[in-house]
Design a protein around this ligand. Structure first.
Ligand SMILES: *[C@@H]1O[C@H](CO)[C@@H](O)[C@H](O)[C@H]1NC(C)=O
Ligand SMILES: *[C@@H]1O[C@H](CO)[C@@H](O)[C@H](O)[C@H]1NC(C)=O
Ligand SMILES: *[C@@H]1O[C@H](CO)[C@@H](O)[C@H](O)[C@H]1NC(C)=O
Ligand SMILES: *[C@@H]1O[C@H](CO)[C@@H](O)[C@H](O)[C@H]1NC(C)=O
Ligand SMILES: *[C@@H]1O[C@H](CO)[C@@H](O)[C@H](O)[C@H]1NC(C)=O
Ligand SMILES: *[C@@H]1O[C@H](CO)[C@@H](O)[C@H](O)[C@H]1NC(C)=O
Length: 464
C-alpha cells in the first residue's frame, strides 16, 4: 500500500476522537487489502500473441463460410454451411473462419465444439441472425444459440453483428405476460469451458435472453464489444460471467433490459474497465444463493464506468437462504446519471412470483470498497446496504462519494451493515457504524483534504 496514503490515514485516525487502537489496525489492514486488489493478468502474453488476421494473414488458411454454400441473404438456412466450415477451420492449424461482411447469415442453434488446432481466429464481419420463431427452436438446445466450448487460444474478432432476433421470445416471456409459463430462452453467444480467449469488436444484439455468457473459462479478454437490446426486453443480460477466473472486460458499451454485466457463482479475478451501461439494471455481482445454493465471488474490480438511466448502479444481490461469500470488491471512478439505486447491496433479492421468506442463512458480504462515485440519483436512497439480519455485511468502505438527487434530499439506508468511510461521503453513511461508536465516517472538508492528494497516486496502481 502507498506509504503516503498510510501516513495520511494514520494522522487522520489519530486526530479523530474515539478511535481505539485495535480498530485502527483493523481498518488499515482492510484498506491495505482493498488497495492492493490488483488482479494479476495470468497468461496475458499467451492471449495477446494471437495475431489479428489483417496484420498477419500470410501463413493463414482462410475458411470462408461462403465456400461451404452459405448464401447470406438472411432467409436461406446457412446452418449446415457454418457447421461444415467450423469442422474444417477447427481441424486446420492457423486457420481463420471467415464470416464475410455485407451479408446476413441465418443460423440455427449450434454447438461449435473444440478442442481445435492452435491459434484459430473467428473473424465475424457480416451479420449472423437467429431464426425468430420460438416454436421452431431445436428442443434439444433450448438454452443456447451459438455455443463455443473447449477452446484454447482462440480469438473472436471483426466488426460483425450477432443478432438473436429476440422479439418473439420477449413477448412469450412470463415477465411480459403473467399467463405464460416461465421457461428459459437461449443465450445468443456462449463461450464455455475455454481458456486464453480474446473477443474484440463484435456487436451482439436483440438476444433471446442473455447476450454473451462466459462460463467455466479462464483467461478471457473482451474489448470493444457492444451489446444492445431494448430497455424493456426481459432477462437480456449483457455479459454474464459464471464459474470463471481471470476475465477482463474493457471499453464495452452495453444497453439491455437487464444487468449490463452480471457476475455469478464461482468467479474470481474479474476486471472491468471503461464500461458504459444504459439502459439496463446496472453492473451486478449476483444474483447468488438462489434455492439455498452456494455462491462465491471474489476479487472484482470495476474501474471507470458511466451508467445512464439504469435502475441500479453497482449492485450486489443475493437471495435469502444461500451460503458462500462475496469478498474483496472495488468499485471505483463511477459516474451515474439519473440512476435509481447508484450503490446497492440487496441481500433480500427475490426475482420470483412468490414471496421469498427471510431465512437465517445468507451469502456473506465483506470487504467491498466504493471509491470516487458521483452523479445523480432518481431516488432518495442513494446508497442502500440491505444486509441479512443474521449474516451482516462487514467492512464496507466508502471514499469520495458524491450523489445528488435533483428533486430532493438523499440518504443512506443500512440494515445490518458495518463499515467506514473517509474523504467526502455524501450522503453521509453514519448508519454503517451501527452500535459501534468507533465510527470513522466523516463528511468533513479539512480532513478530506488531508487524504485526498494521495488518492491520485493510487489510481496509478489500479490500472488494468
Ligand atoms: C434449422 O431450423 C429449421 C426450423 O426452424 C429447420 O427446418 C431446419 O432443418 C434447421 N436446419 C438444420 C440444418 O438443422
Ligand atoms: C398473454 O398470453 C396468453 C397466452 O399465451 C394470450 O392469450 C394473451 O393474449 C397474452 N396477453 C397479452 C397482453 O399479450
Ligand atoms: C457453483 O459453482 C460450483 C463450482 O463450479 C458448482 O459445482 C455449483 O454447482 C455451482 N452452483 C450453482 C448454484 O450454480
Ligand atoms: C431452503 O432451506 C429452508 C430452510 O432449511 C427450507 O425451508 C426451504 O424449503 C429450502 N428451499 C429450497 C428451495 O430448497
Ligand atoms: C473519478 O471518476 C470519474 C469518472 O470515471 C473520473 O472522470 C475522474 O477522473 C475520477 N477522479 C479521480 C480523482 O480519479
Ligand atoms: C426480512 O428482513 C428484512 C430486514 O429485517 C425486513 O426489512 C423484511 O421486511 C423481511 N422480509 C420478510 C419477507 O419478512
Amino acid at each position: 500500500m502507498d506509504k503516503l496514503f498510510l501516513v495520511s490515514l494514520l494522522i487522520f485516525l489519530t486526530v479523530t476522537p474515539g478511535v481505539a487502537g485495535n480498530m485502527q489496525d483493523d481498518k488499515i489492514r482492510i484498506l491495505g487489502e482493498l488497495e492492493e486488489l490488483d488482479i494479476a493478468e495470468e497468461n496475458e502474453e499467451e492471449i495477446l500473441d494471437i495475431p489479428s488476421w489483417t496484420s498477419e494473414h500470410g501463413g493463414k488458411v482462410l475458411v470462408n463460410v461462403d465456400s461451404f454454400g452459405a448464401i447470406g441473404d438472411g432467409v436461406s438456412d446457412d446452418t449446415q454451411a457454418f457447421r461444415e466450415a467450423w469442422d474444417t477451420a477447427c481441424s486446420t492449424p492457423k486457420s481463420i473462419l471467415l464470416v464475410p461482411p455485407g451479408r446476413q447469415y441465418l443460423v440455427n442453434a449450434t454447438r461449435f465444439k473444440g478442442p481445435c488446432e492452435d491459434k484459430l481466429i473467428i473473424q465475424i464481419d457480416g451479420t449472423i441472425i437467429a431464426p425468430d420463431e420460438p416454436k421452431n427452436w431445436d428442443p434439444n438446445l433450448p438454452r443456447l444459440w451459438l455455443d463455443f466450448s473447449k477452446l484454447n487460444r482462440v480469438s473472436f474478432q471483426g466488426n460483425g453483428v450477432i443478432d438473436g432476433s429476440g422479439s418473439k421470445w420477449w413477448a412469450s416471456s412470463c415477465k411480459k405476460n403473467k399467463t405464460n409459463r416461465c421457461r428459459g430462452a437461449p443465450s445468443a453467444l456462449t463461450i464455455d469451458s475455454s481458456s486464453a480467449v480474446k473477443v474484440k469488436g463484435l456487436t451482439i444484439q436483440n438476444s433471446q435472453q442473455m447476450h454473451f455468457v462466459i462460463s467455466r473459462c479462464d483467461s478471457v479478454r473482451i474489448s470493444q464489444v457492444q451489446v444492445s437490446a431494448p430497455g424493456d426486453s426481459p432477462n437480456t443480460d449483457g455479459i454474464h460471467i459464471s464459474e470463471s477466473t481471470n476475465i477482463a472486460l474493457e471499453d464495452c458499451k452495453i444497453g439491455t433490459g437487464d444487468d449490463c454485466i452480471s457476475i455469478v457463482n464461482s468467479s474470481s479475478a474479474i476486471k472491468m474497465k471503461r464500461i458504459y451501461c444504459g439502459p439496463g439494471h446496472g453492473i451486478s455481482i449476483g444474483s447468488l444463493g438462489k434455492d439455498n445454493s452456494t455462491g462465491i465471488v471474489t476479487k472484482v474490480v470495476l474501474d471507470t464506468a458511466f451508467l445512464k438511466e439504469t435502475t441500479n448502479g453497482v449492485r450486489i444481490k443475493t437471495w435469502q437462504g444461500g451460503s458462500g461469500y462475496v469478498r474483496a470488491v472495488r468499485f471505483e471512478n463511477v459516474m451515474v446519471e439519473d440512476v435509481a439505486n447508484p450503490i446497492l447491496i440487496d441481500q433480500f433479492y427475490c426475482d420470483s412470483p412468490t414471496v421469498c421468506p427471510n431465512q437465517t442463512s445468507a451469502v456473506q458480504i465483506s470487504q467491498i470498497m466504493y471509491r470516487n462515485i458521483s452523479g445523480t440519483t432518481t431516488s432518495q436512497k442513494a446508497m442502500k446496504f440491505a444486509c441479512s439480519d443474521t449474516v451482516p455485511c462487514t467492512n464496507i468502505v466508502l471514499s469520495n462519494i458524491d450523489l445528488e438527487n435533483k428533486d430532493g434530499t438523499v440518504e443512506t439506508y443500512c440494515n445490518s451493515a458495518r463499515g467506514f468511510g473517509y474523504g467526502i461521503v455524501h450522503p453521509s453513511a453514519d448508519c454503517l457504524s451501527g452500535e459501534d461508536k468507533d465510527c470513522v465516517v466523516i463528511d468533513h472538508k479539512e480532513t478530506a483534504e488531508l487524504i485526498e492528494p494521495t488518492m491520485d497516486d493510487h489510481i496509478v496502481h489500479t490500472e488494468l
